[in-house]
Design a binder for this molecule. Structure first.
Ligand SMILES: [Zn+2]
Length: 552
């Protein structure tokens, strides 16, 4: 729908009979601190063991969700079960047998797992290795015809090892004319880099970790990549994937490059130049992993409320239920409770479902509540959902994702991650205005958060998505407080054992945000029209291609 029709619609709703409004307001109250805190505290408790797929914590989490869905009157899509089983293969590289080393310039250097590097493979094989594989520095490792960019041009990567910078040239240069400037594109994501290196026929790919362009410190890489890794599995056991995928610290990368008589800073500058070509370094890499392989499946949990008169059209609320589980003890704590990430989002999902339940009149469209698995393993549950949707994607009017709702307190703003993308932002701005708040654009587009949570898999299929982040302009707190709190979280608690629930949290801001998201979904659910991506958005063409399915 156009900007004006969205506006007209929301004005209509606003001006609508005060009786109906009263019921909406009453329903909104179902989203409250008591409900939200109960769910967060439960899901983030030690009892749930950090909610790793395949663990006893999974069983508890999924059972909890099913009980709640049942109590909320949600219905299974197939009429029988809330679960959509996602087949996963769990590959654990045995730590004592994970090796990566380099030779060149008369030197030999072996890296230490965890300290210097992490390594693994998604090939479903008991072992995987490379031996004396030529290392090729490929800059950002990007092939992007629409930006006129090909780091692999003229290179034969077969059997070789790609050494790759994190993020993309636009970020690296800050030049707004290069890619999307500081805003990260999908080419900046690590997932893309391994996929592209595999397409190029490389045997292995090694990403150089740098905190600023990665947007997270080395500990996040270390904690996420050691221990069991879950992957989706193809019929041939992921034979097309790289033999080895690794990350190394910036310090070690500098040493490897020094062995080749090269300097990282100079190479980085070269990699930003249009027409940059990757180059062999005269260094070889050898590495190996031995794998423990376990097949498992882990469920997405989905339930819906049927719409009043357009039941085959849907609004989806989504949040990932999984987190990292248990790991190496840190200060005696082995459990990654994942309170902010993402007990908060799941609690939000349940609170919003409770609000819909309270409505006297359900919206025209059906509302699906979807708690996905294996987000932390690379958005696998949502990828599976996008491939095997429970309800048609072309008739899914919008997906609203909740992931990592920081307890900062009430804010005057709310941020849209990946802003300027779709008409859903108009509805959000409208609802925010009624709370006396403003919508702010993505403050860190260079971090590419839009590509790092589950809605992205649905966006790739064309479904308009909304993903917000708490505002930092806090009421009654000195300027800068909210931003400092966010930065403290990223530094001290994100993907660490210390992401715990604390009853002292100020969740008042989360409640306000959830009420906004409730309202946005409600409006999409009530509207006869279909929100779309803005013209020029990368997902618009995909959506328009299924236009026919949405003809009234
Ligand atoms: Zn998350």
């Amino acid at each position: 729908m156009s900007k004006t029709s969205v506006l007209a619609l929301s004005l209509l709703l606003l001006a609508g009979c005060s009786g109906a409004n009263h019921y909406v307001q009453r329903a909104t109250l179902a989203i409250n601190e008591a409900v939200y805190r109960t769910h967060v505290a439960k899901l983030a408790s030690d009892e749930f063991e950090g909610r790793a797929p395949g663990s006893p914590g999974e069983r508890k989490t999924v059972e909890y969700l099913e009980q709640q869905f049942l109590a909320l009157g949600l219905q299974p899509v197939d009429g029988a079960s809330f679960r959509q089983q996602v087949p996963l293969v769990e590959i654990t590289a045995v730590p004592a047998q994970a090796r990566l080393g380099f030779a060149g310039g008369g030197r030999q250097m072996d890296l230490a797992l965890g300290e210097d590097m992490v390594i693994g493979t998604r090939r479903v094989q008991p072992s995987s290795a490379i031996s004396d594989s030529e290392v090729v520095f490929v800059g950002y490792g990007v092939v992007a015809p629409e930006y006129g960019w090909n780091d692999y041009e003229g290179l034969d990567m077969r059997g070789k090892t790609a050494l790759i910078l994190v993020n993309d040239p636009g970020y690296g240069s800050g030049d707004p004319g290069l890619f999307r400037g500081r805003a990260m594109t999908y080419y900046g994501r690590w997932t893309y880099k391994y996929e592209e290196a595999a397409r190029q026929g490389a045997a292995a790919a090694i990403i150089i970790h740098q905190t600023a362009p990665a947007a997270y410190p080395w500990e996040v890489v270390r904690n996420s990549w050691t221990g069991p890794q879950f992957w989706a599995e193809t019929a041939d056991g992921n034979a097309d994937a790289l033999a080895l995928e690794a990350w190394i610290t910036e310090a070690r990368a500098r040493e490897v490059l020094a062995m080749a008589g090269q300097d990282l800073d100079a190479l980085q500058r070269a990699a930003l130049q249009r027409g940059f070509r990757g180059k062999p370094l005269g260094v070889t890499a050898s590495g190996s992993v031995r794998n423990l392989i376990r097949r498992a499946s882990s469920p997405n949990v989905a339930g819906y409320l049927p719409g009043r008169d357009r039941r085959d059209e849907y609004v989806i609320y989504m949040a990932h239920w999984d987190h990292l589980g248990k790991g190496l003890a840190l200060a005696g704590d082995t459990i990654y409770n994942g309170a902010v990430d993402n007990a908060t989002g799941v609690a939000g999902l349940l609170a919003i479902a409770a609000a819909y339940r309270e409505l006297l009149l359900l919206p025209s469209r059906s509302v699906l509540f979807l708690a996905v698995t294996a987000e932390e393993s690379g958005l696998i549950g949502s990828e599976y959902y996008a491939r095997y949707p429970l309800v048609p994607l072309e008739k899914t009017a919008a997906v609203i994702n909740m992931d990592g709702m920081q307890p900062l307190g009430r804010a005057l703003d709310i941020e849209v991650i990946g802003s300027g993308a779709s008409e859903l932002e108009i509805l959000l701005a409208d609802a925010a205005k009624r709370q006396g708040r403003v919508v702010k654009p993505d403050s860190r587009p260079e971090h590419g958060y839009f590509y790092r949570s589950d809605h992205f898999n649905l966006a790739k299929e064309g479904v308009p998505s909304l993903y917000t982040k708490v505002g930092v302009d806090l009421r009654d707190r000195p300027p800068g407080t909210g931003q400092a709190m966010l930065e403290e979280y990223t530094r001290e608690r994100y993907h660490k054992q210390s992401d715990d629930y604390d009853p002292a949290w100020d969740v008042s801001g989360n409640i306000e945000d959830l009420r906004l998201l409730f309202e946005v979904g409600l409006q999409v659910g009530a509207a006869p029209s279909w929100p779309n991506w803005y013209e020029g958005n990368e997902f618009r063409a995909k959506r328009d291609a299924s236009q026919q399915a949405r003809k009234p």
